[in-house]
Structure formats: structure tokens, C-alpha cells
Design a protein around this ligand. Structure first.
Ligand code: AFP
Length: 340
């Protein structure tokens, strides 16, 4: 069977859009190169001095791992040179990252979580880079402002992730289905391995950090009890799987169906909207989920409709098969108006 590279796939889709200029293909190609560089170093973790912490904290107040910082630097360095961006934002940086004047600019904006799940690196568990691409409608040849970037997920022109694990996988959407590519290390190319990915309409797996049960609201506790009920509609409980690395948990959900949840909790005020970030994690994965036929919700509303108020905003996330996400929304609507 002839093998389609990600570049061929991009060019093919570019041809189908008469107004395409090739600039988007340039952007994704540069992102892919950054992903290959990060993949190479993730695979060397343990051999070179790149595991462990840097001794600093990021904007989220989390300890920064060395590989996190490396991945962030690679992405900023490469993507600034792509010539098609007017601004970037990273989960690791407090503020918007401008494109310096010495580089050409374009109207695209890139947001990314450079190495999601990085606390798992030292124990050889999958981690990943999540990206979201927006277009600056006000682009005038200079940069992008914060208000240009604070756009709802529904306006994303593309989203995806690169997962570094037993193999390196790129999954992306440009609003025309979801496609997956596996890096063939012998030729250094991502080859189409998962064309037109779709999430099963219902699944058999729920995925959540159940250790936080006592911090959850009633609808979340009720839904998790429902998943565990041996006498429920399915006549058997769901299986529980939780890796603690969002890209890996989402990838499994995309392929097998079911649901991944990171609900709000009352541990501390910072977690009152959950842990995950709207712009770097929830929105891009929500675009993928919907393009694959699934859903993504806060329990009360569609993730893609949320207009962000700041770059690092957090949001509760329920994402996966239609059946399970709908079930969650039904449970939340039952409690609407009650103090839960
Ligand atoms: P790290 O990047 O600090 O490992 O956090 C990973 C993450 O943001 C996401 O990938 C996981 O789904 C989630 O946190 C796990 O959080 P808990 O440890 O609270 O379950």
C-alpha cells in the first residue's frame, strides 16, 4: 500500500481549497519539525541530563521539568521563524509571545502546551504537545494583541497534538475530519496511519482522577456512581482507566470511546474551575472530539463556545463519546438552579 506522508496529505488538502496560499502548510510543517526535535529528546530521557526539575515554577505555580522547558524553547524558536505567525502563547509563559521584528509575519496565531503530562516523563509514560491555531482577523502586518487572541474555540482553524510514546503520533484537524500519522523513525517522516478517525458513539471506559471524589459537586459524584453501577443500563460497570497525562487519556478515548473527565473541585479556589486550561488543552481537544463525532462540555455548556477571559483560564472538561457526554449534561441540567 502506498504510504502517504503528512506533507503530501497537507498539500492534497491545500489543493482542495482554491484560496489556499500554502502559508498554513508552512506553519504545520514547521510545527512537525519542532515535534520531531522534541520526540528525539523525549526518547533520550534517562540517558542525558534532561529528566527532573529546573528548580523554577511556571505561571500555573507548577514545578517546571527540564524537558518542559526544552520543548517550550524548541517550539518558540522554530515557530517564530515560520514567517506566518503574528503571535504565540504557551502554557509555560505568563504573557503573549510576540514575533520579533526581524522575522516575517502572517495572520496566524499559535497556542500550545509544549509538553503536557510532563510529571510522567521520568516514569516513561506518554506525554504530548497540544496545539491550537487561530487567525487574527485584525492583522495589519504587525503583531497580535491579547484581545486578538482571546477567541472562542469554535474559531480555531486547526488543532491537534503530537504524542510521544511507544511511537510518536501526530493527530490533527483543520475542520475536515481528524487524521492521525505515525512517525517512522527510519525515514524521519510522519505517515498516515489513522485516516478519518471517529469516536465510537458510546464507550465502556470512564477516565477521571477518582482520588478527588470528596472535592466534587453532586452531579459529578452521581455520574461517576452511574458509571460504576453494575445494575445500570448496560448491565455492567464501565472500566476505569486513568493515565494522568491528558494527551494519552484523550488519545485512548478517541480510539476506544468513553469519556475523560477533569471536573471542577473545591480543593482550593484555583481548582474551582478544574485544572485544565481552556486555550491550551480543552479547546484544541474539543475541536478534535467534535470533528471525530464526539462532544466536549463543561457539564453545563459546549467548550468551543466559551469566550476566554484570560490566556491561562481553567475549565472543567468532560470529553469523549456523544452518549457519555450527553449523560453528563443531563445530570447537570437536573441539578440546574440547586446549590450543589
Ligand atoms: P503535568 O503536565 O503537571 O503532568 O499535568 C498534567 C495534566 O495537566 C494533564 O495532562 C492531566 O490530565 C492532569 O494534569 C492530571 O492531573 P491530576 O494529577 O490532578 O490527576
Amino acid at each position: 500500500m502506498p504510504q502517504v506522508t503528512v506533507t503530501e496529505h497537507l498539500l492534497l488538502h491545500q489543493k482542495q481549497s482554491p484560496s489556499a496560499t500554502g502559508r498554513f502548510t508552512m506553519l504545520l510543517n514547521e510545527l512537525i519539525l519542532a515535534g520531531k526535535i522534541i520526540s528525539r529528546d523525549v526518547n533520550k530521557a534517562g540517558l542525558v541530563d534532561i529528566v527532573g526539575f529546573t528548580g523554577t515554577e511556571n505561571i500555573q505555580g507548577e514545578k517546571v521539568k527540564k524537558l518542559d522547558r526544552f520543548a517550550n524553547e524548541v517550539l518558540i524558536h522554530r515557530m517564530e521563524r515560520a514567517g506566518v505567525l503574528c503571535g504565540m502563547a504557551s502554557e509555560e509563559n505568563a504573557d503573549l509571545i510576540p514575533i520579533r521584528d526581524k522575522f516575517p509575519k502572517g495572520d496566524y496565531m499559535l497556542l500550545f502546551d509544549p509538553l503536557d503530562g510532563s510529571t510522567n516523563i521520568d516514569v516513561n509514560i506518554n506525554v504530548g504537545t497540544i496545539f491550537s491555531i487561530l487567525r487574527n482577523k485584525n492583522f495589519d502586518g504587525s503583531g497580535a494583541s491579547l484581545s486578538d487572541m482571546l477567541r472562542p474555540g469554535v474559531e480555531q482553524v486547526a488543532a491537534g497534538y503530537i504524542m510521544y510514546g511507544s511511537s510518536t503520533i501526530l493527530v490533527y484537524t483543520t475542520g475536515n475530519g481528524v487524521h492521525g500519522f505515525t512517525l517512522d523513525p527510519s525515514v524521519g517522516e510522519f505517515l498516515l496511519s489513522h485516516p478519518n478517525l471517529t469516536i465510537p458513539e458510546k464507550g465502556k471506559i470512564y477516565s477521571v482522577n477518582e482520588g478527588y471524589w470528596n472535592y466534587w459537586d453532586k452531579p459529578t459524584q452521581e455520574i461517576v456512581s452511574w458509571f460504576k453501577d453494575p445494575d445500570g443500563k448496560r448491565g455492567a460497570p464501565y472500566s476505569l482507566r486513568y493515565i494522568g497525562s491528558l494527551v494519552a487519556d484523550f488519545h485512548r478515548t478517541l480510539i476506544y470511546g468513553g469519556i475523560f473527565m477533569y471536573p471542577a473541585d473545591n480543593r482550593d479556589p484555583a481548582k474551582s474551575k478544574g485544572k485544565l486550561r481552556l486555550m491550551y488543552e480543552a479547546s484544541p481537544l474539543a475541536m478534535l472530539a467534535e470533528q471525530a463525532g464526539g462532544m466536549a462540555s463543561t457539564g453545563k455548556r459546549r467548550i468551543l463556545d466559551i469566550v476566554p477571559e484570560d490566556l491561562h483560564q481553567r475549565v472543567p472538561l468532560f470529553i469523549g463519546s456523544r452518549d457519555e457526554v450527553q449523560k453528563i449534561q443531563e445530570t447537570y441540567s437536573k441539578y440546574a438552579g440547586c446549590a450543589v
